[in-house]
Design a protein around this ligand. Structure first.
Ligand code: GDP
Ligand code: ZN
Length: 457
């Protein structure tokens, strides 16, 4: 039984100015009572209600922040324990101060993922749901969020459970046959096993088919930023990422390797690849970079093609136009702060007007328009499509493939391998599927999974 009370900063998705602190455990309410001041004490509040009040330093009476307090009493809370959530809006300093007070008055700082781990250990959620929470925390866009949310609601678990029911029934059937072996019954049983195995393999295939889409959503649409040296590719990456991870310089060809950055642009999750300037070169190091960019261009689901509109179109760029012919492309005419040397008409020969965005990246100009174009392409389905059920996790994919292999083994064995041998394969598949939903996972795997969480969930 879990006996201590944990607390952590747990800023909700969507960021914004409000921060949240979550407290869970038997003392959640009494600890809150020591620092919360309002009409009613926390302990007088009804479960699942919200109250406006103040957090104060109990000794000095000093006001820390005005807050909204939410109480959810056991067992009807996320962790099945008493949970208090404090939403404050005073920025990082007051959030930290509140957390500090809670720790001073008896709470313990939560380990990463500990809230979700408690929810799992208390039987509130199964493992796929817990893992979906990891995805949810990591998901960097609204879209990925809503897909992850569906998994929290258990759509994958449901499918796995019904799949396992088929296999249980099959195992029971075989068991009966082993106990009463008669020749004609045996033949019927082989046919029955083959049928059920095929059915189960089909169901697993359906889940696996959607695995890549889950991956797209979590990791973002693979987006290559291409263009000649010095047109502003790294500057664009930096503008979009808002942190100076890529090196920006005046010397052409300094982006030697591919730099990756995960961003959300117009609500769309992108995995940005800044490539070395694509051009023929004799410099060996740069050549490696160019090779890599060609590769990332192949992989790309979206291409941001940057041009310096202050220089006439270059032969390299005409060649590049051909290379991206079959891709979803946005052409960025950069450096609009400088005089134009490229006519839009030169671009719209190959690309539609909606695909062309004018920017002055250095001066933060045109970003909104770029966001709009990306969002439109996304919502028109040009650069992504989703399905409601999917597998979004490497561990799930591995286990599903393993289960599938066992079932194929069983299927291949029907009519010539003894039935009790087939039984072993089917049981293996059943167990692997059980692992997806956490039915038979080991202690160490649980720790491993939950250590991936961010603090506060
Ligand atoms: P990359 O080689 O394509 O990655 O280009 P960089 O991002 O490294 O930029 C090359 C140079 O162009 C740098 O000196 C940038 O400051 C400059 N630059 C980027 N965007 C603009 C812009 O909008 N206007 C002007 N005038 N210069 C820019
Ligand atoms: Zn660069």
């Amino acid at each position: 039984m879990i006996s201590d009370t944990i607390a952590a900063i747990s800023t909700p998705l969507g960021e914004g100015g409000i921060a949240m602190i979550r407290i869970s455990g038997p003392e959640a309410v009494s600890i809150t009572d020591t620092i919360f001041f309002a009409k009613k004490k926390c302990s007088e509040m009804q479960t699942h209600t919200v109250q406006y009040g103040f957090i104060k330093e109990p000794d000095s009476g000093l006001k820390v922040d005005e807050v909204l307090l939410t109480v959810m009493l056991a067992p009807k809370s996320f962790t099945k324990e008493n949970v208090v959530e404090i939403s404050c809006h005073g920025g990082l300093i007051s959030v930290k101060k509140i957390l500090e007070l809670l720790l001073r008055y008896g709470a313990r700082l939560a380990e990463p993922g500990e809230f979700t781990k408690r929810a799992f250990l208390n039987g509130r959620i199964d493992l796929t749901q817990a893992e979906a929470v990891i995805d949810l925390i990591r998901s960097k866009s609204d879209r990925a969020y809503s897909v992850a949310m569906k998994q929290v609601e258990g759509s994958l678990s449901e499918k796995i459970i019904s799949l396992r029911n088929i296999l249980i029934e099959l195992m029971a059937h075989i068991e009966v046959n082993i106990d009463y072996p008669e020749h004609d019954v045996e033949d019927l049983t082989y046919a029955y096993i083959a049928d059920k195995c095929k059915q189960s393999i089909q169901l697993i295939d359906d889940l696996l088919k959607n695995a890549n889409q889950g991956k797209i959503l979590r990791e973002g649409i693979v987006t290559a930023i291409v263009g000649r040296p010095n047109v502003g590719k790294s500057s664009l990456l930096n503008l979009l990422a808002r942190e100076n991870k890529a090196i920006v310089t005046d010397i052409p060809g300094t982006t030697r390797d591919v730099i990756e950055e995960f961003v959300t642009v117009g609500g769309v999750p992108l995995k940005l690849l800044d490539t070395a300037g694509l051009r023929e070169t004799s410099d060996i190091v740069e050549k490696i970079g160019v090779e890599r960019s060609r590769k990332s261009l192949l992989e790309a689901e979206l291409v941001l093609f940057v041009l310096n509109q202050n220089e006439p179109l270059h032969l390299d760029e005409f060649n590049l136009f051909k290379e991206v012919e079959n891709k979803q492309v946005i052409v960025i005419l950069n450096k609009t702060d400088l005089p134009a040397q490229i006519e839009v008409e030169q671009i719209t020969k190959q690309f539609s007007e909606e695909q062309v965005v004018k920017m002055s990246i250095k001066n933060d100009k045109g970003q909104l328009e770029l966001e709009k174009v990306i969002a439109n392409m996304f919502f028109e389905g040009k650069i992504e499509s989703t399905d409601s059920s999917y597998v979004s996790n490497v561990r799930h994919i591995h286990l599903l493939n393993k289960a599938k292999r066992s079932l194929e083994e069983a299927l291949n064995g029907t009519h010539h391998v003894p039935i009790d041998m087939l039984q072993i394969d089917i049981r293996n598949a059943w167990e692997d599927l059980g692992e997806v939903i956490g039915d038979s996972v080991s202690e160490s795997l649980i720790d491993q999974i939950f250590s991936q969480f961010c603090l506060g969930k």
